[in-house]
Design a protein around this ligand. Structure first.
Ligand SMILES: C[S@@+](CC[C@H](N)C(=O)[O-])C[C@H]1O[C@@H](n2cnc3c(N)ncnc32)[C@H](O)[C@@H]1O
Length: 381
């Protein structure tokens, strides 16, 4: 790509839960995004295509990344259709590319236009554009489209974007073993952005389950791009004629070269259940970080710190199997106080969890799936 073209920026939208927007904004800035603005459940930013490709391959916190195509006033559908049809809509297609349109409305009921009406307007704009260019009309496929357009109506404007990802970015592809109560990869990554502000000597997850937390920590410790192993053709962007294969390849190559040969800190994980331990090892292997993590079977209440100092990060068990909820949290606090002096702990637990008998430095609320959870940070001394 010529120099001038490479420097041109475009507007993108990266989505994430509201509680992760700060972590996402910081991550986007570190990957070359500019003019980063927080919005409802997403972050709007500007980036060159090279930075956008970096973000698609490396963002650990974003769920999806959209390219913003056009923002138009949505007072009149005819006006909107005509404005949209004047954008280069053909650049999001290749020969035989199929598409669908997803619509979101975020405004009071009485001023809604309706998803059907909005989606029809976008479809007609695409038809007008292809008709104008004398190109064969692309086909709609609601079930397995090659490309998804995303329309957002805020009560005044309609914002048309196109999803560059296809499969959500949290699906890294390493989950061979499925734990019953896994943490979402993007949430684990957002937690590590907080837990790893100062580089620790080691990270230890003593309730590792299928290993999601420690694998996300390993990605950060190795500066490894979380989506670098995604199969060719699994980003929807690859189905569009705007896709620049050479730039994509060279960006991926640069990211591979930026990876550390050894992790910046040591990584340990354990679980009481040996089946989980085997599962976590299997997942670490699929994520290609297995040789950097020590994973073993251990009851936390019999554990000793693997290093003199470090950061303990875990997603505590919270299903009905822990009958003695209060005793569990109290014993956990006692074990930490007695055995982990000099450590920091970040514990993710249900919003309703009892006290562990230690005063947290900070408390952040998150949602893990439909469960309200809180991340409490402790200094142990
Ligand atoms: C919420 S799950 C962790 C899920 C994990 N973050 C993931 O994404 O797969 C909690 C884990 O704690 C483990 N566990 C329960 N009691 C334990 C104990 N006393 N010591 C160590 N692990 C324990 C369970 O076996 C379970 O795998």
């Amino acid at each position: 790509m010529e120099k001038s073209k490479a420097n041109v920026t475009h507007q993108f939208i990266a989505t994430c839960p509201n509680e992760c927007k700060r972590a996402l904004s910081q991550e986007l800035l570190s990957l070359g995004a500019i003019d980063v603005k927080s919005q409802k459940r997403s972050v709007l930013f500007e980036a060159s295509w090279e930075s956008a490709y970096k973000i698609l391959l490396k963002s650990a916190v974003a769920s999806r990344v959209y390219l913003k195509i056009k923002q138009v006033n949505a007072k009149q559908m005819n006006f909107m259709q005509s404005k949209l049809s004047r954008s280069n809509l053909e650049s999001y297609f290749k020969k035989d590319t199929t598409f669908k349109i997803d619509i979101y409305e975020n405004c009071p009921e009485e001023i809604r236009i309706g998803k059907n009406q909005l989606s029809k307007t976008v479809r007609l704009a695409i038809e007008d554009r292809f008709h104008f260019l004398k190109l064969p009309q692309p086909r709609v496929d609601i079930k397995e489209p090659d490309v998804t357009f995303v329309g957002f109506y805020n009560g005044v404007d309609f914002i048309l974007s196109v999803d560059l990802c296809g499969r959500s970015l949290h699906k890294r592809g390493f989950r061979k073993f499925n734990h019953l109560a896994p943490i979402k990869e993007t949430l684990a990554a957002a937690i590590f952005r907080q837990a790893l502000i100062t580089k620790p000597q080691c990270i230890y997850d003593p309730f590792c389950g299928g290993g999601t937390m420690i694998i996300e920590a390993a990605y950060q410790a190795l500066n490894k791009s979380v989506s670098i192993h995604r199969k060719k053709g699994s980003f929807d962007m690859e189905n569009m004629s705007i896709f620049d294969k050479d730039l994509w390849r060279s960006t991926a190559e640069k990211l591979r070269n930026e990876m550390h040969p050894e992790p910046e800190f040591k990584l340990y994980a354990s679980d009481l259940d040996s089946e989980c331990v085997e599962g976590a090892k299997e997942n670490a292997l699929a994520a290609r970080v297995e040789k950097h993590i020590e994973i073993f079977t251990k009851d936390f209440f019999e554990s000793t710190p693997p290093e003199e100092k470090g950061v303990l990060v875990c997603n505590l068990p919270y299903d009905e199997r822990i009958k003695q909820q209060d005793a569990f949290y109290k014993n956990l606090g006692d074990h930490l106080k007695k055995n982990y002096k000099g450590w920091k702990a970040f514990l993710l637990m249900p919003g309703s969890a009892g006290s562990i008998g230690l005063k947290p430095n900070s408390k952040t609320n998150f949602k893990n799936g439909s469960l309200q959870v809180k991340l409490c940070e402790y200094d142990l001394f």
